[in-house]
Each structure stands twice: as C-alpha cells, then as structure tokens.
Design a protein around this ligand. Structure first.
Ligand code: ASP
Length: 304
C-alpha cells in the first residue's frame, strides 16, 4: 500500500484489509511504539464538506505518529470561495504535505483529484460514492465484536446515498458475509452497487422491514438518512423518522447483537440503546484513530 492512493474499498484485497487491521490492533495495544514513526510527516486536510470524526481522527492519528496536519479549513475560509478548482487546490496542497485527505460532495472527485497529485491521496468521502477509511474502522469493529466467521450483517437506512454502506458492502465480499439490506423502496442500493456485489459473488438480500431478519443478525449497521443529498427536501421529510430502532425493536434480536452506526446519528438509534451491550457505535468511532494510524503508517511507508 506504500504510496498508494486510497480511493475506494473496491481496490482493497482481503490481504490489504487484514494488514491494516492487524497494524491497527498493534497501534491500539501499544500506541507508544508508533509515536515517532513519522516524525515531521505532514498530512494535508482538504474537507469540502462538514466532518467531525474523520477529520479529528485523521488529525489525532497524524499526531500520534509523530507528525502533524496542514488544514485547508472550511470552504468558506479558503480560496475555493474565490472559484479555485479542485484540481488546482490539491496540486497546491501536495506541495505542503506528504499525503492528502480529501472529502468532497461530488462522487468521483477523489479519483479525479488523485490524477493530479503524486503524494498519496486518501478519499475521506466523495458524495454518495465511497468512504474507504470508514470501512476499515467498521471492519476493525466487526472483527473485534463479532468476528468474520459466518458473519450475517444487516445494513439499514439510506442505502442509496450512504457512502459508508457502498464501501462496507463491497469490502464484506472479501469475507463471504451474508448481507441483508433493509431500507424503504426509494432508498435501496443503487443499481451499480448491486451489480458490483453480484459480480463479486456476494450473498445479498433486500428487505423493506427489519423484523423478518433481525434474529439472524450478528451485526446491525444503522445509517442516517443523508438529508443533504436529497434533490427535493419534501422527499426527505416523507422518509425521515422511518427505520428507527429502540430497545423494543430489538426484543427479537440475539443477545450478542452488535449495533453499529458510522455517526452522526439523528434519531435512528434511541438513546436508551446507548447503555446496553448492543451499542458499539462510540467504540467504533474511537477505533478511527488506531485504524487511521495504521493506514497512514502503511501508506507513508512504515515498516512492511
Ligand atoms: N460520517 C459518515 C459520512 O461522512 C456518515 C454520515 O454522514 O451519515 O459518510
């Protein structure tokens, strides 16, 4: 993975994924041993959309490796506001950093931007496209909580616009997981994603209700309805509030069900679930630091 651009979960083999997860486990167990691996390395942050977890955990990861970040700041405060193109922005920022992290509202933007730079570019979310580093921390969390053997996962909510779903579903084909997709008709998986999953020989089933599959699940991955991607707000309002879970919804679930969510949540998971053993979403968010430390270490050329 040394010097590779990380654009899509589709480019990650099972061996790549396991290399990141194994190194992340080392980073979690002994962060001190990573503390000076990348002294003076600089990570360029170009976030054209809001972010809390991804941006802060990349920052924490860079600092925990002995490096630091240079941050473009918000679109409002950068030259993007003056009409600078994405290609020009990344060409400039690559001169300030050893690797770039890009989040942008347009699908395909990370691939396009990577063609203009020589330093590794990491896609931190391209519109409704992909979010491969979220997937790596999702897989880390799944490996820790449920394991990959005979994994049955339910992925619920906005499957159309949810980029974390598109990346995760693809990556799970490496682990022969049984994948159940639960959403309203209007937010089903995009045809292109379904096609790719079929091409990979994935075992997938689609549902509009959680109830019929709940008791089979090892993991339930809940997602937010992506309000910002709906062309028409009334369409969003018609769907918002559906597909919520609370402790009553989970009555038929297995006791060891792992509930995950890439966060931020709006109202998909009732707060009463936070204090149950089902809740893994805060740990999932925390796993972003060791996983991004591991990925940066590999991409920047740490010990192989
Ligand atoms: N934080 C995730 C993302 O950037 C999930 C979400 O926003 O709903 O895709």
């Amino acid at each position: 993975m040394r010097h590779d651009h990380i654009i899509s979960a589709k480019q990650l083999s099972r061996a790549d994924i396991e290399a990141v997860l194994d190194r992340a486990a080392e980073a979690a167990a002994d962060p001190e041993s990573f503390a000076d691996r990348h002294e003076n390395a600089l990570l360029g942050l170009c976030f054209f959309e809001p972010s809390t977890r991804t941006k802060m955990s990349f920052t924490a990861a860079a600092k925990r490796l002995g490096g630091d970040v240079v941050d473009m700041g918000t679109v409002e405060s950068s030259s993007v506001k003056k009409g600078e193109s994405l290609a020009d922005t990344v060409r400039v920022v690559e001169g300030y950093a050893d690797a770039l992290v890009l989040r942008h509202p347009s699908e395909g933007s990370a691939q396009m931007a990577s063609e203009f730079v020589d330093v590794p570019l990491i896609n931190a979310g391209d519109g409704a496209g992909q979010h491969p580093t979220q997937t790596l921390l999702d897989l880390y969390t799944i490996r820790e909580s449920a394991g990959f053997d005979d994994l049955t996962i339910g992925i619920m909510g906005d499957l159309k616009y949810g980029r974390t779903v598109h990346s995760l579903a693809h990556a799970l084909t490496n682990f022969d997981a049984d994948q159940h997709f639960i959403s309203p008709e209007s937010l089903k998986l995009p045809r292109s994603v379904r096609y790719d999953l079929h091409e990979e020989g994935a075992s997938i089933r689609e549902h509009t209700e959680l109830d019929p599959v709940l008791s089979e699940l090892d993991v339930l991955y809940v997602t937010r309805i992506q309000a910002e991607r709906f062309p028409d707000e009334s369409e969003y309002r018609a769907i918002a509030g559906e597909y919520q879970i609370d402790t009553e919804t989970l009555e038929a679930a297995r006791d060891d069900l792992t509930v995950m969510h890439p966060l931020p949540r709006v109202d998909e998971i009732a707060h009463e679930i936070d204090d149950t053993d089902y809740a893994h979403y805060f740990q999932q968010a925390h796993n972003g630091v060791p996983v991004r430390m591991a990925l940066l270490d590999l991409v920047l050329g740490g010990e192989q």
